[in-house]
Design a protein. Structure first.
Length: 81
């Protein structure tokens, strides 16, 4: 798989998944941001021993594009990927 999505929670990198398609990785990153943006969810995430994020209860979210000036050749155009 070419693309990986991850998110930082409480200073720790949490793995979301590996994907063949860049946009799928970006959508799951956006889902993780949606799930963990409130403090109650962040507290729960801090208590988990696992570094893998469960997104089974989160609806699809639109990808979050990076700023146009920060994209290197071969890198994803989406935040979190």
């Amino acid at each position: 798989n070419k693309w990986q999505a991850q998110i930082m929670i409480a200073g720790k990198s949490r793995f979301i998944g590996s994907y063949e398609i860049e946009e799928e990785a970006a959508v799951d990153y956006a889902r993780a941001v949606f799930k963990y943006k409130n403090q109650a969810a962040l507290g729960k995430a801090r208590e988990q021993d696992s570094f893998i994020i469960d997104l089974s209860d989160v609806p699809p979210q639109p990808p979050i594009p990076k700023s146009s000036g920060t994209i290197k050749e071969g890198a994803s155009k989406y935040t979190g990927v």
